[in-house]
Design a protein around this ligand. Structure first.
Ligand SMILES: [Fe+2]
Length: 387
């Protein structure tokens, strides 16, 4: 089995200094910096740009990436790169900026390509003119180390999420400077960390899991259980921030190589309908999907039992994994069910939504990686437990 990772992971470093070293080792001289309007005001962003500027390198800053970037934004990134003749894309920001850079690189190098045809099963020869260095500002999506790209497209007046993947889009390098995630608001810290936790827990039993990805998953789960409460208590604890930042990257490598599962398939359908952050949506599905896999896959049951035994050393409980996750949510003040949200949909509305969501989840490509098969009835039953 092929295992694909970034060439370099620069952990717990000063982003600007690490970037200059990479620029030098790559011999890059025309740099496109891709970011969003919020991160573009961050002191670390300003530091990075100042350093690049001080070396007399040609560079351009594109800071218009919106959450869940649109195809138009991606086209603008590619156009900017064409004008500059970029030989390096530097994405500074959350998953959206990194995804916009990845998709922008595709259209820069292959202008006639239909981006929706991007697939992990095909080699298209991207990355010959330019490489991607990611400097993530959140600790969750793992996009800085993953093959995934999520963009949105307007289809008959409605926003539609398109999730794509290509192993050629795993960034060349990722730079992990803990000062960036240290300024995330509390809710974002929690939701993004639980996204990373979900990546690790799903990848752990996914059909392509290997001992390599398992070792990453185990360490990610342990790190988040141990250190997320510490970071929530003290947001500027840079030591704990750095470890969670690395855990999110490790989880990105785990799911790129092992796959995900039903919790992500459900989250892709639930998130936009209830206007929930992806990390919140997937975290609400996770305990109930783990419970389902526990009962329906002998192998998942064995692995999850081992994992919870390991976790019990840190949590002092003898519960199984779904209960351990729910207890952990309670400990960090995270909702355990949809009805615990500040404004949940009424039960009558939820009934109709369940139909729609299960239909859409059934079409999600992540289902293929789940250890136990699922049908629409099983998804509906998971959704009702989630509620
Ligand atoms: Fe996710």
């Amino acid at each position: 089995m092929n295992i694909i990772t970034p060439r370099e992971i620069r952990y717990n470093v000063n982003a600007g200094e690490a970037l200059l070293e990479l620029i030098e080792s790559l011999g890059a001289s025309r740099i496109l910096i891709v970011s969003d309007p919020v991160i573009a005001r961050h002191h670390v962003f300003e530091e990075v740009v100042k350093l690049v500027d001080s070396r007399g390198l040609s560079y351009e800053v594109f800071k218009d990436v919106e959450p869940e970037p649109s195809l138009e934004t991606v086209e603008r990134v590619a156009e900017e790169a064409r004008v500059l003749e970029a030989d390096l894309f530097v994405a500074i920001g959350g998953g959206s900026s990194i995804d916009a850079a990845k998709a922008g690189l595709v259209l820069y190098e292959k202008p006639s390509m239909n981006i929706e045809e991007l697939s992990p099963l095909e080699t298209i020869g991207i990355g010959r003119r330019s490489k991607i260095v990611a400097i993530p500002s959140t600790s969750g999506t793992g996009s800085d180390a993953s093959f995934g790209v999520v963009i949105t497209k307007i289809v008959s007046g409605k926003k539609r999420k398109i999730a794509l993947g290509s192993y050629e889009l795993v960034p060349y390098a990722t730079i992990l400077d803990p000062r960036l995630p240290a300024t995330m608001p509390r809710d974002l810290t929690r939701n993004t960390a639980l996204d990373a936790l979900s990546h690790a827990v799903e990848a752990y039993v996914a059909v392509m899991a290997t001992p390599y990805t398992d070792s990453l998953s185990e360490k990610v789960v342990e790190t988040i259980f141990r250190l997320l409460p510490r970071v929530l208590e003290n947001p500027t604890d840079l030591e704990a921030r750095a470890r969670i930042h690395l855990a999110a990257t490790m989880a990105g490598i785990a799911f790129t190589n092992a796959g995900l599962g039903v919790a992500h398939a459900i989250a892709h359908a639930v998130g936009p309908r209830l206007k929930l952050h992806h990390g919140l949506a997937v975290s609400l599905a996770l305990p109930y999907v783990v419970e389902y896999n526990f009962v329906n896959s002998e192998e998942a049951k064995e692995k999850y039992t081992e994992l919870s035994r390991h976790l019990s050393l840190w949590t002092n409980t003898r519960n199984n994994l779904p209960q351990q996750i729910l207890r952990f949510y309670e400990k960090i003040g995270h909702p355990r069910r949809i009805r615990d949200l500040p404004s949940p949909p009424p039960q009558s509305e939820w009934k109709n939504l369940v139909e729609e969501i299960s239909q859409e989840a059934m079409e999600d490509s992540e289902l293929a990686f789940n250890p136990a098969p699922v049908g629409p009835e099983e998804i509906k039953s998971i959704l009702n437990k989630m509620y």
